[in-house]
Design a protein around this ligand. Sequence first.
Ligand code: SAM
Length: 431
Amino acid sequence: MSISFPIAFETRMKSTLGPAWNDFVSAHDQPSLVSIRINPDKDKLPVGIKIPWSDYGFYLPTRPVFTLDPALHAGKYYVQEASSMFFEQAINQTTDLTQSLRVLDLCAAPGGKSTHLLSLLNQNSLLISNEVIRSRAQILSENIQKWGHSNALVTNSDPAVFQKLKGYFDVIVVDAPCSGEGLFRKDNQATSEWSEENIALCSQRQRRILSDVWPSLKQHGILIYSTCTYNEQENEVNLKWLAENQGIEFIELNTEPVWNIEKITSGKAIGYRFFPHKVAGEGFFISALRKVDSEPEIRIRPGRNFSEASKKVTEQLQSWSNNSENLKIIKQEDLLIQIPNELYDEMAFISTQLHVVSKGTAVAQLKHEKLIPEHAKALAIDLNHNNFAVIELSLEQSISYLRKDNLLVGSGQRGFALVTHQGTPWDGSIN
Ligand code: SAM
C-alpha cells in the first residue's frame, strides 16, 4: 500500500529532490530492509550481507520473529536500522579509541548508539548513557545489561543538568528527538504526526538540548549530532546556529561513492544525509564537529565513595569473572555490583552529579551470607562459564522459558545454574 505523504512535506521534498522525487516515492513502496548489529564480544559470526559502513552490521534476507529468538535476549545482536550504523564511521574517523575516554550518549533510549559505542570503546572508557524519560531509561538499562559490559552508567537526567559537568566529556552523542521524516517507510504512523509546527518545535528543542550540553564538552572534544529526519531546520540550520554562538570546527567524514550518502555543506556546517532511494537504509542525518573554544575542565572531587564489598565477598566472587583483578565489587544495600577498577573514581563522582539508574554489572544479592546470582551477571561478557553448572535448553524449551512457563529440567540438581541456548547464557537464575 502506498504511503500518503503530508502535502506540505511532499511540496518541500519535490522542490529539494527535483526529478528524484519519483524514486523517493517508489522507495517507500518497497519494504524496509531488515538489519542487525552483532555484539562482537559475544558473537563474531557473519550472519547475512555486510553493511558496508559497519564492521558489525548485517542485512538479513527475511524478518525473523526477533522476540522469540533467545540470541536477542542474550545480547548477541541488536536490531538496528542500517543507515544509523554509519555512526560507527563518525566515531572511528574522529576519535582515538585507544584512549580511555569519557563519552556521553545524551538521548540514548532504547540503546542503539550506546550498545554500538560499547563495542567500539575500550574497556577503560566510561560511557554515560542518558535518557530523560524515566520509562525509556529503564528499557535502555535492560538493553545495556544485555550487551554485557561493566563500563557504563545509565542515567535519567535532563540535558540541563549536564551544564555543571564543565569540560568533562571527550565525546558527546546527541541523537536528537526529531520529526522522524526518515522513518515514514518503517512507521506509517509517523506521517500522521508530521506537521510544520512540529518541525519548528523539534528544532527549538534540539537547540535547547545542544546549548544545554555544550559546556560539558572538553576543548577539542567531539560532538556527533544525528537525527532521522531530512528537513534543514532540524539539521544543518541548527548546526549553523550552534556554530554562530560557539567555537566549532566541522569534520569531514570519508564515504565511499557507492554508498550514495549525500554530503551537505551549508555555510561552515558539514553533514551527511541518507535517502532511502539512494542508500540501502532509512532516512538519516549525521554531522561530526570539534569544539575549539577553550573550556575549563571540572575537577573530580573525592566525594561520597561507593561502599565496597567485604574482602571475603570479593574473594568469593573472583571465580565468577574472567578478569576479576580488573574489577571492584561495590555494595548497594544487598546488591553487589562490579565496576572496572579504573572507573571507580569517575563512577563515584558521576553518581553524585546525575540521577543514576544503573551502573556497572549487577553480580549477586547477598542474603544471609549467601550469594544469589543476578540475571545481569549471566549476560556479562566476562562471565567465567566454568564456575557454574550449566543447563542447556533446546529452542523449544527456551521459547517456553521466555513465555515465563514453568520449566522442568531433569537433572535433579539443586542450587543455581546458568541457562544457555547453543552455549550462550541468557539467564542465571534457575534454582
Ligand atoms: N539514540 C537512540 C538509539 O540509537 O537507540 C535513539 C534516540 S531517539 C532518536 C531520541 C531520544 O531522545 C528518545 O529516547 C527521547 O525520549 C529522548 N528525548 C525526548 N525529549 C528529550 C529532551 N527534551 N531532551 C533529551 N532527550 C529527549
